[in-house]
Ligand binder design. Structure first.
Ligand SMILES: C[S@@+](CC[C@H](N)C(=O)[O-])C[C@H]1O[C@@H](n2cnc3c(N)ncnc32)[C@H](O)[C@@H]1O
Length: 162
């Protein structure tokens, strides 16, 4: 699998995801802060997982990912994104239909009402809600990309439709 950890920070989840995808898998670890990515690279090398992790310094308003992805994690970062509609559309564009996205937000900084609005925006981008699992100190929602939605990114780049 190719998975992405959006707003990966120092890579707490990227390292675990790298173990889960195995030696044939890949983790795209994206963040807007180069210092975070430097720490992640150091930690990944120390853990022997560097070969499975591709770090990417991105802009706050663009993922810059142009390859198909099987799973996306956005842990405690969506509230920092300037335009959530653009954000979820971009994630939807690279996820395979039926693939999942896990979103968690910190409580009480982000309220249940805030997450409801975030979820509504995600649904407009082509996701449906699968679950709202309990998460310590936070709120969470598991989303699934609906079937049959064309990859917008693919249209531009000439990839096959998913
Ligand atoms: C609270 S930290 C969470 C880090 C990590 N996900 C974790 O749970 O350990 C939020 C991270 O999201 C990053 N971030 C904020 N806005 C972002 C954006 N628009 N795109 C990508 N990353 C962003 C920040 O630089 C920071 O590293």
């Amino acid at each position: 699998m190719t998975v992405m950890d959006i707003g990966c920070g120092m890579g707490f989840f990227s390292l675990g995801m790298a173990r889960l995808v195995g030696s044939d898998g890949k983790v795209l670890s994206l963040d807007i802060q180069p210092q975070m990515l430097s720490v992640l690279v150091r930690r990944a090398k120390r853990a022997g997982l560097f070969q499975r992790i591709e770090t990417k310094l991105i802009e706050p308003d663009g993922l810059g990912v142009d390859e198909p992805v099987d799973f996306a994690l956005a842990f405690w970062m969506v509230h920092e994104v300037p335009d959530q509609a653009v954000f979820f559309q971009e994630v939807a564009d690279v996820l395979h239909p039926g693939s999942r996205m896990f979103v968690s937000e910190p409580k009480p900084h982000v309220t249940e009402k805030d997450l409801e609005e975030t979820t509504r925006i995600a649904e407009e981008a082509g996701f449906k809600v699968l679950d709202r699992p309990p998460v310590r100190l936070g709120l969470a929602v598991v989303l699934e990309k609906s079937n049959g939605r064309p990859l917008r990114a693919a249209l531009g780049n000439g990839f096959a439709l998913f």
